[in-house]
Design a protein around this ligand. Structure first.
Ligand code: GRF
Length: 204
């Protein structure tokens, strides 16, 4: 039987994308194994979800490692210790450090709640993204899955899915519509990576 892809997650908050992916692994829509969840936030929903499923999980942040390089190396080491093949950022609010980027070059993916390259970059997260989309009078927004590079939201785009912006939308109503699409898109992209429909620049 073909080896299942081992996924390592980095998440900071609620963890609804993580939850969607864990569910897809459980019910067999994804031939993947959730190997470890790492969070910079000890109280995150993401760590609670990992606890529910008895997944290996840990809190790594400036609180556990005051030196950013040591933190970066600790993150890379945990991912390697759990034989992670692909790193999935699921609402991770921190930059990925050079050691992790080097170890997992072209093997780190992220989801962003807008149609990159628009409405991305430093400071573009949470409701700010959707406020900017509405303010610009866009008729469409959406979600983007992309490879992670050194700068925020800058790597190769792997897939996008569009969502309408309705008149009368608030940032919160638009965010909710986009989030629903994110959950489906992230699972679909992972399935396409696993099945070779989407080819990453490196062999997994
Ligand atoms: C999502 O909107 C995602 O696009 C962004 O952060 C949010 C995380 O939400 N990167 P959740 O923690 O997965 O619920």
């Amino acid at each position: 039987m073909e080896k299942k892809l081992r996924l390592g997650f980095l998440a900071s908050g609620r963890g609804s994308n993580l939850q969607a992916i864990l569910q897809a692994c459980r019910d067999g829509r994804l031939r993947a194994v959730p190997a470890v969840v790492i969070s910079n936030n000890a109280d995150s929903g993401a760590l609670a979800l990992a606890g529910h499923d008895a997944l290996p999980a840990c809190h790594l942040s400036s609180k556990t490692h005051s030196d950013p390089d040591a933190l970066d190396e600790a993150i890379a080491a945990v991912l390697q210790k759990h034989d992670v093949d692909l790193v999935v950022l699921a609402g991770y609010m921190k930059k990925i450090g050079p050691a992790t980027l080097r170890t997992y070059r072209y093997r780190i993916i992220n989801i962003h709640p807008a149609l990159l390259p628009h409405y991305g970059g430093k400071g573009m997260y949470g409701l700010t993204v959707h406020e900017a989309v509405i303010k610009s009078g866009e008729k469409e927004s959406g979600a983007t899955v992309h490879l992670v590079e050194e700068d925020y939201d800058s790597g190769l785009i792997l897939a996008q899915r569009r969502v309408p912006v309705h008149s009368g939308d608030t940032a919160a109503t638009l965010a909710a519509r986009v989030l629903e699409t994110e959950h489906a898109l992230y699972v679909d992209v992972l399935r396409d990576i696993i099945e070779g429909v989407i080819q990453l620049p490196v062999q997994l």
